[in-house]
Ligand binder design. Structure first.
Ligand code: HBI
Ligand code: FE
Length: 288
């Protein structure tokens, strides 16, 4: 059994896999969060939500407002009461990264694993592993969007075949360049919908405003061939024309032949365009 946390540094919950069920879920143990942890969440929420009006896509902004979670680390059961009737998703608490097969199985059943511990003071802007701020603030608002809700279930169901065909890295790039680091066009503007961007202050600004970044139109096969950075800002972002494009482009695509064709080829380096590709340039497109 888990010991009650008296720790103010979050390490009382961080990475505690002991006591987790076979599916890696744990109780959120909301009462174990300290006042300092809730205060840290409030600061993170305030800082990021100050950017969302200008940078986040409409679904994210609407979803975040519905979740009403500015005051402290939210109770997952409260979010579940909103998510269930809206899109059928439920949050389950996990201690951190979980094995790929378990992660896919949760998604295939519309259960979204949310890490329960919160980052420490010295890692406010950046950490490599997911914590409750990344998972909840970044991902949960988008679970209220019907296209993202359906897409994530399909992604979960695609996992088994990708693993059986030894092509998991290719499928994981789809998740990475959409759910984590995706951009979407809204009218004349580029907007963020990826959780990895929207939970980071500096990458939110960089992904939209930096003129040296490569932004390419979303193309599933191109995405599956493109490597990515896990410990630095992305060098390439892919832009959807709309969120339902995810479903439209991926439902009819038979991944098997794509895996067979490309899985043994080296990944395309992030940040390089191929001959004939037209990078998306919002400034140019906005000028008539
Ligand atoms: N576990 N908690 C957690 N969060 C993730 O995003 C996650 C994971 N396990 C595996 C995984 N992601 C990815 O490697 C798969 O999408 C392939
Ligand atoms: Fe994530």
């Amino acid at each position: 059994m888990k010991k009650p946390s008296t720790d103010t540094s979050a390490s009382g919950l961080r990475g505690e896999y002991e006591g987790a069920s076979d599916d890696y879920t744990v109780g959120q143990d909301w009462h174990a969060y300290t006042p300092q942890m809730h205060e840290r969440w409030r600061r993170l929420h305030a800082r990021q939500s100050a950017l969302t009006d200008r940078y986040a896509c409409r679904s994210f902004r609407e979803g975040l407002a519905r979740l009403d979670c500015a005051e402290g680390i939210p109770r997952f059961e409260d979010a579940n009461a909103i998510l269930g009737p809206a899109t059928g998703w439920q949050l389950v608490a996990v201690p951190g990264f979980i094995p790929d097969a378990v992660f896919f199985d949760h998604l295939a059943h519309r259960r979204f694993p949310v890490t329960r511990w919160v980052r420490e003071e010295h890692e406010l802007d950046y950490l490599v592993e997911p914590d409750v701020f990344h998972d909840f603030f970044g991902h949960v608002p988008m679970l209220l969007d019907p296209a993202i809700a359906d897409f994530l279930e399909l992604y979960g169901k695609a996992g088994e075949r990708a693993m059986a065909m030894d092509a998991l890295p290719m499928l994981a790039r789809i998740y990475w360049y959409t759910i984590e680091f995706g951009l979407v066009r809204e009218g004349d503007e580029l907007r963020v919908f990826g959780a990895g961007i929207i939970s980071s202050h500096s990458e939110t600004v960089y992904s939209i405003d930096d003129s040296g970044v490569l932004r390419l139109p979303f193309d599933p096969v191109r995405v599956m061939r493109t490597g990515y950075m896990i410990d630095d800002f992305q060098k390439t972002y892919f832009v959807l024309e709309s969120l339902p494009q995810l479903i439209d482009d991926l439902v009819g695509l038979d991944f098997g032949p794509v895996y067979e064709q490309w899985r043994d080829a080296p990944a395309l380096p992030a940040g390089e365009s191929l001959p004939g590709e037209t990078p998306y340039n919002p400034k140019r497109e906005m000028t008539p």
